[in-house]
Design a protein around this ligand. Structure first.
Ligand code: PEP
Length: 249
């Protein structure tokens, strides 16, 4: 891990029922976490209230998405103000499932990030290449393009955590090797140094996501530029998620 406080987020995606979430919250409440780690979970919108009212304050709550601006006549959307109102501290934006399944583009995602920050939410800003882009040697270019869209839209990086999530590794069981992940984290940090500032480059946490589990997290966490994880599948199991949180090194 790097010098920033280790950060582990659990992205529950579109999973769970009142019953399964009550069990997961109870397992998380019972878990022991290293003190020097930020721990965040992102339930589906409809369960945020249930989670907020039953989960220990040790764990912060994130949404998985939000609207680009102030609420109003936007059927089916949830605004940043509403997320704050129900006690969310974070929002995941630019997740590959929203980019590639829902069709969100860089500009739209950037707007969301700018607005969420203006409302006092922290942003987990996701970037990452498709397998075809990696095979075409475009990994860095794609990540830089995603970074630029965030950089153009955010007034400050203080409340931003960058999640590098290669799309080919998400939900596939095909985790990036520690070397592959570290290589991109360094490139993203260099990009911040050149395009934002040396201070932002050294302070901003860059976390890895893509099939992280209880068995592969320790080796990944040893990498100098990996400041934590965004975890999908394995975050639905309380004890395994806790072991990933505690892989900080
Ligand atoms: C994710 O959804 O951000 C993710 C990394 O999923 P998984 O851990 O299941 O690959």
């Amino acid at each position: 891990a790097g010098s920033g406080k280790f950060f582990v987020g659990g992205n529950w995606k579109c999973n769970g029922t009142k019953e399964s979430i009550s069990k997961l919250v109870s397992d998380l409440n019972d878990a022991k976490f290293e003190t020097d780690v930020d721990v965040v979970v992102a339930p589906p919108f409809v369960y945020i209230d249930q989670v907020k009212s039953s989960l220990t304050n040790r764990i912060e709550v994130s949404a998985q998405n939000c609207w680009i601006g102030k609420g109003g006549a936007f059927t089916g959307e949830i605004s940043g103000e509403q997320l704050k109102d129900v006690g969310c501290q974070w929002v995941i934006l630019g997740h590959s499932e929203r980019r590639h399944i829902i069709g969100e583009n860089d500009e739209f995602i950037g707007k969301k990030a700018g607005y969420a920050l203006s409302q006092g939410l922290g942003v987990i800003a996701c970037i990452g290449e498709l397998l075809s882009e990696r095979e075409a040697g475009k990994t860095f270019d794609v990540c830089y393009q995603h970074m630029k869209a965030f950089a153009d839209a955010v007034p400050s990086w203080d409340n931003v955590v960058i999640a590098y999530e290669p799309v080919w590794a998400i939900g596939t069981g095909k985790v990036a090797t520690p070397v592959q992940a570290q290589e991109v984290h360094v490139a993203v940090r260099d990009w911040l140094k050149k395009n934002v500032s040396a201070e932002v480059a050294s302070k901003t946490r860059i976390i890895y996501g893509g099939s992280v589990n209880g068995s592969n997290c320790t080796e990944l966490a040893k990498q100098e530029d990996i400041d934590g994880f965004l975890v999908g599948g394995a975050s639905l199991k309380g004890p395994e998620f806790a072991s990933i949180v505690n892989s900080v090194s």
